[in-house]
Structure formats: C-alpha cells, structure tokens
Design a protein around this ligand. Structure first.
Ligand SMILES: Nc1nc2c(ncn2[C@@H]2O[C@H](COP(=O)(O)OP(=O)(O)OP(=O)(O)O)[C@@H](O)[C@H]2O)c(=O)[nH]1
Ligand SMILES: [Mg+2]
Length: 238
C-alpha cells in the first residue's frame, strides 16, 4: 500500500504523527479556580488584582460597581497550569443582595481590609460571615479564605500591629492565614496567592482521596452483597 503513496505524503504523515505525539507528551493538567476578593469600600481590592495580574498600580480611586473580573494564569509546575478567575466584588455589595450569586462555586477567597482604617477591619467579620453563610465547598466545608491587611506601606492602626492577636483572630474566625500587603509597593501579593492556591490544591487532593476511598468501600460492600445473593438460593426452597 505504501508503494502507492508519494514520498511527500509519507513525510507529511510522519511529521503529523510526531507533532501529535509530542503535543500529547507535553500535555499539562489544567485547573480553573474561582477566587473571590471581598472587603469594605476603598480597601484596595481592585488595586491588589491589578498589581497581581497586570503589574500596575494607580493612586486614582474609582469605586467598582457590582463585580469585575480578571484572569491570572500560573505555570504552577512542570505539569500543572492553573487559571485563577478573580472576582473583584465592590465593597458596597455587602449591602446589596447579589453576593450569594457572586459567591457561587468559589473555591477560595481573600478578605481585604485597610490597615489605616480600623473600621474596615471591624467589617472583616461581617464579610467572612456573609461568605460562610452563602457558599461552601462540595464537601460542605468552608471556602479557604486568606485575610489581607492592605496598604501596609502606610502607618497601621489597631489590632494589625499585634501579630499574636492577629493570629488568634484568624484562628477564631476561620481564616487559613493572613498577610500584610501593599498593592502600591507590591508586597506579599504573590505570596498570599501562592499560599491560597496551595491550600486549594491540598483540599482538592484530600477530597479526591476520600471520594476514591468511598468508591472502594462501595465496591467492597456491593461485592459482599452479591455473594450473599448467590448464597441465598442454596439456603432457599431448592
Ligand atoms: N498607599 C496605598 N494605597 C493603596 C493601596 N492599595 C490601594 N490603594 C489606594 O486605595 C484606593 C482604593 O483602592 P481600590 O483598589 O479602588 O479599592 P477597592 O477595594 O477596589 O474599592 P471598591 O471598588 O470601592 O470596593 C485607591 O486610591 C488606591 O490607589 C496600597 O497598597 N497602598
Ligand atoms: Mg474596586
């Protein structure tokens, strides 16, 4: 059969198969994660996202209306690509009734406060409460959430000056951790995101393992059931 094909056709086929093989060999696992960024008005949510995604900062303040989106692609390791879909939710939304819709299917969150305004820290508990009331992971556990003490390039006000008390606050309110950040000076934003993604991956892995265990148990139970069924006729009327 090969005799009837021209050398050019044969070479084209070989090149095509080599290309397909290489593309398959280099295939990466891809994850898409929805991450919420919430907190009071003017705390720097949009600025943090702009810094993280576009390496850009502006002093100019324009309040977000409703919700904005941004996508950050992370080459996590040699065989994993992660897309973070960042939901930048306007501070004024805490008084609206859309947050339940916005929070849906999120797998991670940042709550942001402004270290120069203690009132924004006081609102952190309300934002965290709103989050936990309205969204959970598939296994019913709370969405992993990191607290960001933003504008740390400026003078700090309140509890944020006491690391031990901040640690206790986070433990008490169910935050997985906290970071002092500055969108202006690009401090700790990459680190906080990396920490959150690591926790999300860990959670996903643990859930997958427990799903597999459950499936294994089910197979064992079902196979036990089958043996009982096959024993039945022996002890039955025949
Ligand atoms: N010094 C300093 N200023 C910041 C920082 N982050 C944000 N800002 C300023 O704070 C103001 C508010 O920032 P935004 O990012 O718009 O705040 P937001 O949380 O998105 O506000 P809403 O959309 O209204 O909820 C802007 O003037 C920013 O330039 C920071 O890390 N340091
Ligand atoms: Mg904003």
């Amino acid at each position: 059969m090969l005799m009837f094909l021209s050398p050019i056709t044969i070479i084209t086929c070989i090149v095509f198969f080599v290309f397909v093989y290489q593309a398959g060999a280099g295939e990466k696992k891809e994850h898409l994660y929805k991450i919420l960024v919430i907190g009071e008005l003017g705390t720097g949510k949009t600025s943090i996202i702009k810094r993280y995604v576009h390496q850009f900062f502006s002093q100019h303040y324009r309040a977000t209306i409703g919700v904005d989106f941004a996508l950050k692609v992370l080459n996590w390791n040699a065989d994993t690509l992660i897309r973070l879909q960042l939901w930048d939710i306007a501070g004024q939304e805490r008084f609206g009734n859309m947050t339940r819709v916005y929070y849906k299917e999120a797998v991670g969150a940042f709550v942001v406060f402004d270290v120069t305004r203690a009132s924004t820290f006081e609102a952190v508990t309300k934002w965290k409460g709103d989050l936990d009331n309205k969204v959970q992971l598939a296994d019913g556990s709370p969405v992993p959430c990191v607290l960001l003490a933003n504008k740390c390039d400026q003078a700090k006000e309140g509890l944020v000056n006491n690391t031990t008390q901040m640690d206790e606050f986070c433990k008490d309110k169910g935050f997985i951790g906290w970071y002092e950040t500055s969108a202006k000076e690009n401090i700790n934003i990459d680190e906080a995101a990396r920490f959150l993604v690591t926790k999300i991956l860990e959670k996903e892995k643990a859930n997958k393992l427990s799903d597999e265990e459950r499936d294994r148990d089910r197979v064992v139970l079902e196979s036990n059931d089958t043996s009982k069924k096959s024993e039945k006729p022996r002890s039955g009327c025949c």
